[in-house]
Design a protein around this ligand. Structure first.
Ligand SMILES: NC(=O)c1ccc[n+]([C@@H]2O[C@H](COP(=O)([O-])OP(=O)(O)OC[C@H]3O[C@@H](n4cnc5c(N)ncnc54)[C@H](O)[C@@H]3O)[C@@H](O)[C@H]2O)c1
Length: 352
């Protein structure tokens, strides 16, 4: 059994705490939050968990094996670094840090100290996302041409970060997991419609070294909730709609074949619209799988699927996207050399 401390009990922390409490292989010793009222709220529900507003109390407790961080983005780096230096394994919520430099420092530090560093890329542990990964890896879709996605709803406007840093980590981590590569360029247009200086809608265009292109729409302003991703391949096409209750993934045997002219003449296109198949997908909660994976990595010393390198890949893309958004949509290269050097040491496997 591993002893865990949770830091941050705001909107997301309660979900993490519930999942760690429910797992028999974890014991939650501490809950740390700078707001005493957050601790009081948790105490009513989980009386056995000790509460503190002082992070040093958590770090100086030798019983604590790992720290789970669910605080605002700007605090991820100092809290995670202090935990690693105190000899604790770290799980930190997405995005791993607020800059590539910070992300690289955490990756290097966890490697040097031999401690686990895992990032809360929750969707990588979601059964439909895992199913799509299997489908892509099987070659059923053929070569991937492009991906489009919409992650929009009337969402909670964040006070400190743009919608890019808040919502795009989900799609970027999904793409990193599915395609096993980091984009090498990004161009973003967007607008701060409500709160001046904090963009709440963005259209993110990505290019990958393999030639794949992707467009991600993220917004906190939309009349409907969309969580819809389309993957178009040379053989088949796929729709992943996370708002569906049952048929979240559909594979379309649709495509267009290009026939080279045999003689000097016109080329021909043949259109194919075949079966639409929806595979059976387990309804397991991603957060439970994510927490189980973290504890399993602590036990076995395995590198997490969403390790520091995966976190760094997402942060590098976010940083470049943010630059483009603030510079009139200029195409910004992503320095993949920095990212892949580290990512090459990571392992990308099946969730759970
Ligand atoms: N994986 C997911 O699907 C998912 C979903 C939502 C949020 N998140 C992530 O979770 C993190 C937290 O988001 P949130 O919406 O819960 O934020 P929030 O502002 O609602 O809660 C943050 C909590 O951290 C506490 N806090 C701040 N600084 C602290 C410090 N130095 N020490 C201890 N406690 C501190 C605050 O008092 C607050 O209770 C963010 O990184 C966010 O991106 C992840």
């Amino acid at each position: 059994m591993k002893t865990v401390a949770l830091v941050g009990y705001g909107y997301w922390g309660p979900n993490l705490l519930r999942n760690y409490i429910e797992l028999p292989q974890a014991w939650v010793e501490w809950l740390c939050d700078t707001r005493p009222e957050a601790l009081a709220k948790a105490k009513g529900r989980y009386p056995a968990v000790k509460g503190t507003t002082d992070y040093d109390v958590v770090l100086s407790d030798p019983k604590v094996d790992a720290v789970v961080i669910a605080t605002p983005i700007s605090t991820h780096f100092p809290l995670a670094k202090a935990a690693l230096l105190a000899g604790k394994h770290v799980f930190v919520e997405k995005p791993m840090t607020g800059s590539t430099t910070e992300a690289q420092e955490l990756v290097a530090l966890s490697d040097k100290l031999g401690l686990t560093l895992m990032v809360g890329h929750t969707f990588v542990f979601s059964p439909p996302v895992h199913k799509v990964k299997q489908i892509i890896d099987s070659g059923e879709l053929g070569d991937i041409f492009f991906v489009t996605s919409s992650r929009v709803n009337l969402g909670l406007h964040q006070k400190d970060v743009s919608v890019v840093w808040d919502l795009a980590p989900h799609d970027l981590s999904i793409l990193h997991y599915w395609l096993n590569e980091t984009p090498n360029k990004v161009a973003v247009s967007g607008r701060a419609c409500i709160n001046p200086g904090i963009p709440d809608v963005a259209f993110i265009n990505l290019g990958f070294p393999s030639g794949i292109v992707a467009e991600l729409q993220v917004s906190w302003l939309s009349p409907v909730k969309l969580r819809r991703t389309i993957v178009v391949g040379s053989k088949k096409m796929l729709l992943y709609d996370d708002t569906e209750t049952v048929e979240k993934v559909k594979i379309f045997d649709h495509g267009v074949d290009f026939k080279e002219p045999e003689t000097f003449g016109e080329y021909q296109l043949s259109y194919r619209t075949g079966d639409i198949v929806s595979p059976k997908i387990a309804g397991t909660e991603p957060l439970g799988l994510e927490a189980t994976h973290f504890l399993d990595c602590l036990e076995t010393g395995k590198r997490p699927i969403t390790d520091g390198a995966a976190g760094l890949s997402v942060v590098a893309s976010l940083e470049a996207a943010d630059y483009s958004l603030r510079h009139d949509g200029v195409t910004r290269p992503i320095d993949t050399a920095k990212v892949t050097d580290v990512a090459a040491r990571g392992t990308v496997g099946g969730a759970g």
